[in-house]
Design a protein around this ligand. Sequence first.
Ligand code: PEP
Length: 268
Amino acid sequence: MDRNRGILIAGNWKMNHGARATSDFAAAAKSGWGSLSDRARKALAVTAGPGKLDALVFPPFLSLETARREFTGIPVAVGAQNVHFEEKGAFTGEISGAMLKEIGVGTTLVGHSERRQYFGETDASAKKRAESHLNQGFTVVLCYGETRAEREASRTEAVLERQLRDGLPAEWNERLVLAYEPVWAIGTGLTATPEQAEDAHAFSRAFLVKKYGADNAAKTKILYGGSVTPENVRGLLAKPNVDGGLVGGASLKAESFLALVEGAGSFL
Ligand code: PEP
């Protein structure tokens, strides 16, 4: 299997884990780190390119500094769940890329279905954020995916096509990561089957080929998100176009997060 893209396991903590719980998570992750297999640890230690395993969490804003500080010694990167596209100014309640860079945050999450559902994010605003964050040097994880009603109406591909057409940055960037997250699978326990995930990922990659060319498409990671657990992660990652997971519930406990990392490590 082509693992040239490496694998990314990213935990989306949503509105969970304040500073204290983040500290507890880090302590548990550090004490469990030694139990990871040599294979997983070796993949985590690769610095770039093929065979590289990345582990990342997206804590809430108030826990970012704690996470940055307390993950020292273990290779768990830290990302932000919601970042404005402007670099500064009169945007009450918002956070800029520059503020995040100052504390060592290198990744942003864009277009998550909860941001779309509850906070008015659209394909267009996701694109605007993605372009701005990429220009500012961040890795960007751009989420998209169909609702249950859209899947039941056999509109999955049409919806993905629209989301990718309207949401992807105009220019390809090596720091762009996609996350296919069928809305019906998020937080429901209804994971897509590996075949359903692979179909959507292969469709997305074909879109990337048309938009950015075959070489760039082949280098772009596409994560799957939606009720990923330590039990089902291997089946999903066994598919050739699934390059990692964006994980909500199962990323909240260090033991479970480490089990996801271990599962991913077995492919590298
Ligand atoms: C998510 O938050 O992006 C997600 C996929 O959540 P869960 O794993 O809990 O379904």
